[in-house]
Design a protein around this ligand. Sequence first.
Ligand code: GLN
Length: 400
Amino acid sequence: MTTMVAERLRPFGTTIFTEMTLLAQKHGAVNLAQGFPDFDGPEFVKQAGVEAIRAGHNQYARMFGLPALNAALARRWRERTGLEVDPDAQITVTSGCTEAIAAAFLGLVNPGDHVILIEPFYDAHRAGVALAGATPRIVTLRPPAPGREEEGFSLDLDELARAFRAEPRPRAIVVNTPHNPTGKVFTREEFETIASLCVERDVLAITDEVYEDLTYDAARPHVHLATLPGMAERTVTLSSLGKGFSLTGWKIGWAIAAPALTKGVRAAHQFLTFATATPLQLGAIAAFEHGSQYLRALCAQFKAQRDELSDALRGLGLRVFASHGTYFVMADFSPIAAKLGVEDDRAFCRVLTERAGVTAIPPSVFYENPAHGRHLVRFAYCKKPETMREAIARLGRLPR
Ligand code: GLN
């Protein structure tokens, strides 16, 4: 049958997260594929959401966010960046960061514009470019040389400069840090280069910072691109509640940007979802007011789980690349590919599910040229300690 899917979305099919979660369910495998916690968010935040429903906060919220949430986000932004923003002119609350990504693309990028994407990219960034009718210009993160896995992926600054300086002038760059799927936290040097190229070529930056609270190494702190010289007026900073507070199903996200850019984001947001769930916005305020202890404990848990999973994968013979943040660690399985009789990442994930009972994500879908990712695999470590223990025990079923 001929497909009915619109041409601009036809290349994307069903997301890899849905596909791999279904595969895990079919085989009763431990799901280290889709990145979501298998435990609940903090009681005090849930309680605030429940109370808001019971108290009758159930009609449309203000289109760009409940005044109290916008104010809380402006306070949080000032504490983190030292930057003052007008909560009513510069902050838009969205239904998760995924909606904010779509709103930023649809509201600020014209058909035919070029947008720099750093690959491997999160699939929604690539789809956002397609929704806007824009053209991606790809810069590829380099895996470290053998023996230097602890350095993690790096950005080739010359390749980046060429992408900025090529014609036509790009409209925007997407910067995702901490980075999904690699776990990379971009370095200050990388940020300085990105910022100076944005200023030189008058390019917008759309940053996806949903893992900003989940970094694990003091030497690689999270940096907000908007704080670099010349960037406050040209950066759209996107983030969300769900990752830091283990409430991915709440779908509370936001965009922070200069008033002129915010107008673009809202022009799209008002027709995508109009407004975001009212009681959950009230719950989010509670998270920001009382959340620091929760965040500290979650980081300590995920850091330990990152280390245990990375050790287990190294023990199997994989090359494991440093993950300084997020829910994820990437590895190169080529050293054991022949032993398992697999040629690419999809086959590896299938064999891992069938023979070990653990499911991961094949990252080739995060590359414009899938061949660049066919030797890689992404694992999530954002699960309960007992889930991680079970997964690690099962990985031991693979031949050594
Ligand atoms: N962000 C999550 C991940 O990378 C999944 C999101 C989704 O399922 N769409 O695994």
